[in-house]
Design a protein around this ligand. Structure first.
Ligand SMILES: *Cc1c(COP(=O)(O)O)cnc(C)c1O
Length: 390
């Protein structure tokens, strides 16, 4: 049996793109820490390998694994999530085109689209993706120079944990010939596969759950359309924001255990979210696994679990949120998410400082938890001592 489409997720995670090295039998495909490849004559390449920016076997192994796990035909690996997003937009759009994004996308995505790509001539607008009427009129309105060509959804969103109906937005996008891009970073391919729900492109910050160990930055694009894939491949090669061999190798290693890690992230986060709900200091717990979360039923339909991310708002406002953020011992105060260790983040001054004062601004009484795979009783004890200090 090979790691075909018919095998289960964990089998594909371990085997896809991971054939033992043909010359030595090395069970783990080697780390090809090289920038160039010897030619057997001018233009006579061995297995097509020529120059590291173009192709590298370690990156190829990761790309095969990513395609197999997202259920896509083509995958491309980049130096960061934002490098992948930038390459995707430049590959598929031209100046004058318009992007419509969710009004709660990751701050860095907003900054890239609104401050870097706008200068390049791509206009944008933000809308509540859960409001079908607002979405329809925003799509129809388009931009100052051109029609809506790309719709950008993040679900669950960072850090407001909103759930967007991928199939419904795909239908709205396709009705006007726009492509739907889904940032699947929070769910990871283990919990959701947006391509199967009608999305045209999936993007990831592999820095997060896919890598899973907070030791390798990266980004990915996965898609099925061959013509679009050729354009993405060209930008990847021509601009060169590729993942370095070491980063690709570490990401490949991390990805093999995504399923077992995610199961624990989900179980720990569910317990912590329920525990937080019962605290009198807490105003609101944003976690799609809670039955009172507005996206709970939708998440149950389009995801296979609710993930490891929780946002919490405190009755005591900004000072309470800041105090808790600075009082934990096991939860480390740091940006990023999705690693085996639990992290604490105060988005309005940290990960989402770039959207301060915009319509995407994050409430100042909110903290975001990336729940790790530690023993949940220890994590709850840590949160208990931090919240009890209020
Ligand atoms: C971190 C993140 C990104 C950006 O990825 P980098 O690897 O930091 O460039 C994009 N989307 C989401 C949802 C993220 O959490």
């Amino acid at each position: 049996m090979t790691a075909s489409e018919n095998t289960g997720f964990n089998t594909r995670a371990v085997h896809a793109g991971q054939t033992p090295d043909s010359s030595t039998g090395s069970v783990i495909p080697p780390l090809y820490q090289t920038t160039t490849f010897a030619q057997d004559g001018i233009g006579k390449l061995r297995n097509g390998y020529e120059y590291g920016r173009g192709t590298n076997p370690t990156r190829d192994a990761l790309q095969s694994q990513l395609a197999a796990l997202e259920g896509g035909k083509f995958a491309f690996s980049f130096a960061s999530g934002l490098a992948a997003e930038d390459a995707l937009i430049r590959a598929l759009l031209v100046p004058g085109d318009h992007i419509l994004m969710g009004n709660d996308v990751y701050g860095g995505t907003y900054r890239l689209i609104n401050r870097v790509l706008s200068v390049w001539g791509i206009s944008n607008a933000a809308v509540d993706m859960n409001d079908a009427d607002a979405l329809a009129s925003a799509i129809a309105a388009g931009g100052p120079e051109g029609a809506t060509k790309m719709i950008w959804v993040e679900t669950p969103s960072n850090p407001m944990m909103k759930i967007t109906d991928i199939a419904a937005v795909a239908q709205a996008a396709h009705a006007v010939g726009a492509v739907l891009v889904v940032d699947n970073t929070f769910a990871s391919p283990y919990l959701a596969n947006p391509l199967a729900l009608g999305a045209d492109v999936v993007v990831h910050s592999t820095t997060k759950y896919i890598g899973g160990h907070s030791d390798a930055s990266g980004g990915a694009i996965v898609l099925n359309d061959a013509a679009a894939a050729e354009k993405v491949g060209f930008v990847q090669f021509a601009v060169g924001a590729v993942s370095a061999p070491m980063e690709a190798w570490l990401t490949t290693r991390g990805l093999k255990t995504l399923g077992v890690r995610m199961d624990r992230h989900c179980a720990n986060a569910q317990s912590i979210a329920e525990w937080l709900l019962a605290r009198t200091e807490v105003e609101r717990v944003l976690y799609p696994g809670l039955v009172d979360h507005p996206g709970h039923e939708l998440a149950a339909r389009q995801m296979r679990g609710f993930g490891g991310m929780i946002s919490v708002q405190f009755k005591g406002g900004e000072s309470a949120a800041r105090t808790v953020a600075e009082s934990t011992h096991l939860f480390t105060l740091a940006e990023s998410l999705g690693g085996v260790e639990s992290l604490m983040n105060y988005p309005s001054e940290m990960t989402h400082a770039s959207v301060k004062g915009t319509e995407l601004a994050v409430p100042v009484n909110l903290i975001r938890l990336s729940v790790g795979i530690e023993d949940v009783t220890d994590l709850i004890e840590d949160l208990d001592q931090a919240i009890s200090s209020l």
